[in-house]
Design a protein around this ligand. Structure first.
Ligand code: KG4
Ligand code: ZN
Length: 342
């Protein structure tokens, strides 16, 4: 119990999260979501998200402290997502972190949201072997990262050149008349469908694309292919086999994600693949990654679904890692940076 007690604040998108950890042990993970307020718009509305964070931040903070059975005075450091994300949403978390830090005389650590998605796995599986490859797939990001040293930063190997993987799930769900966010209903529908029934394209996997885009992703062509397929059915007056479309679409996304992530591991001789972000909650992605990795002796680490989507615990986990590594805290004029690089 000598390890420092770290509180993490997350407000980069539509989840207000406050997590508390000691070392790799999760003590509290309080969450307030504005996802239902965005559902009727089919995507996150920045102004609505900012206002919701403003209303939720103090009660969520109080809930986390109560859940962990500690007070602000017991906390050793406060970590907060300083980017990337929605500018107004980030500002609420950063301002709150600074306010609490100033009032309680605690150091504050501004952390990168993507690195936090990687760090959260340590709460479930312990220290991350380095180097590792990280596949980060969420509503806002799809990236392959080389994690040499999580405390000093990570190296991007590739990213999406158009839509993020989660965005593709959300758009295809909308097309199929499924609710927002689209990942969970597609995951559910797909279980009853035939993943081999429709051959949807695998973006940037052809030899000519691989030369220039080895570890990049593209999902907009896939989304368009699904739209065309569905429209053709509707024009012909035939019913749309939702489960088959969902399963075939999901199969294409998971195929691309796992083959590129495992190619990166093998090219660099790396034996650990960690997967994070909201799409890492996808049941087919988890199963396919494990199945394919086994052939190469690569270990796949995916945290439980609740830790994959945005939360405060991931920010606390990265803060804890930074403190343990002796990294200096941020200055109190720490800005929110919507395009914060890794
Ligand atoms: O990491 P996250 O909570 O927020 C961002 O940082 O974007 O990710 C949200 C995204 C949404 O696009 C949602 O549809 C997707 O993660 N998602 C899923 C699943 N659960 C959430 N995608 C596929 N399968 C799922 N089970
Ligand atoms: Zn995220």
């Amino acid at each position: 119990a000598d390890e420092p007690l770290i509180l993490g604040i997350e407000t980069s998108c539509d989840e207000t999260g406050v997590g508390i950890v000691r070392g790799h042990t999760l003590l509290a993970d309080a969450l307030a979501s504005s996802v239902e307020e965005h559902a009727r718009f089919g995507g996150v509305v920045p102004e609505v998200a900012s206002r919701a964070h403003l209303e939720a931040i103090v009660p969520t903070m109080d809930r986390a402290l109560t859940e962990a059975g500690v007070t602000l005075a017991d906390i050793d450091a406060i970590a907060v997502t300083s980017g990337p994300g929605l500018a107004g949403a980030l500002l609420v978390g950063v301002a709150a972190a600074k306010g609490y830090a100033l009032a309680a005389e605690k150091p504050v650590y501004g952390v990168n949201h993507l690195a936090a998605h990687v760090a959260v796995d340590t709460l479930e599986h312990g220290p991350l072997p380095e180097p590792a490859i990280a596949l980060l797939v969420s509503g806002g990001h799809s990236s392959l990262l080389l994690v040499d040293d999580l405390a000093r930063g990570v190296t991007p190997l590739g990213a999406t050149i158009d839509d993020a993987a989660g965005e593709a799930f959300d758009k295809v769900a909308r097309l199929l008349g499924l609710p927002f966010p689209g990942g969970p209903p597609i995951d559910r529908e797909a279980r009853a469908g035939d993943a081999a029934s429709i051959a949807f394209p695998r973006g940037l996997t052809a030899a000519k694309d691989l030369a220039a885009h080895r570890y990049d992703f593209s999902f907009s062509g896939l989304k368009t292919a699904v739209a065309r397929w569905v429209e053709a059915r509707q024009r012909a007056g035939e019913p749309v086999p939702v489960a088959d479309v969902a399963a075939s679409f999901q199969e294409a996304v998971c195929d691309v994600l796992t083959s590129k992530a495992l190619a990166a591991c093998r090219a660099q001789g790396i034996e650990t693949l960690v997967i994070g972000g909201g799409v890492a909650a996808n049941s087919r992605l988890r199963a396919m990654a494990e199945q394919r990795a086994e052939k190469y002796g690569i270990q796949v680490r995916v945290p439980r679904p609740k830790l994959c989507t945005d939360n405060g615990a991931m920010v606390a986990a990265l803060g804890s890692h930074l403190v343990a590594a002796g990294v200096a805290p941020s200055r109190l004029y720490l800005p929110a940076d919507s395009a914060l690089p890794l």
